[in-house]
Design a protein. Structure first.
Length: 79
């Protein structure tokens, strides 16, 4: 699995919508690829914060952008 394949399956992976074999392939790629793993962490944090916000399931685009910038700051340690 390359990075494009992994990132294409990232949301289904996060939602546990992939077959067992695909889940394992994505997990192995994330274990080996720092770049994809960072993207996974960012997206996982984003989904956790949206789900915990007690708002609609889909954030407005402006809110999503602000949250993504904040999460990137948190994940990258302020860099």
């Amino acid at each position: 699995m390359d990075c494009d394949d992994c990132l294409e399956r990232l949301y289904p992976y996060l939602d546990r919508e992939l077959a067992a074999g695909e889940l394992e392939q994505v997990r192995r790629h994330l274990d080996d690829c720092h770049g994809c793993d960072r993207t996974y962490l960012l997206e996982r944090l984003f989904l956790e914060r949206v789900k915990g916000s007690a708002t609609a399931d889909v954030a407005p685009p402006a809110v999503r952008e602000r949250l993504i910038l904040r999460l990137r700051h948190d994940v990258h340690g302020g860099s």
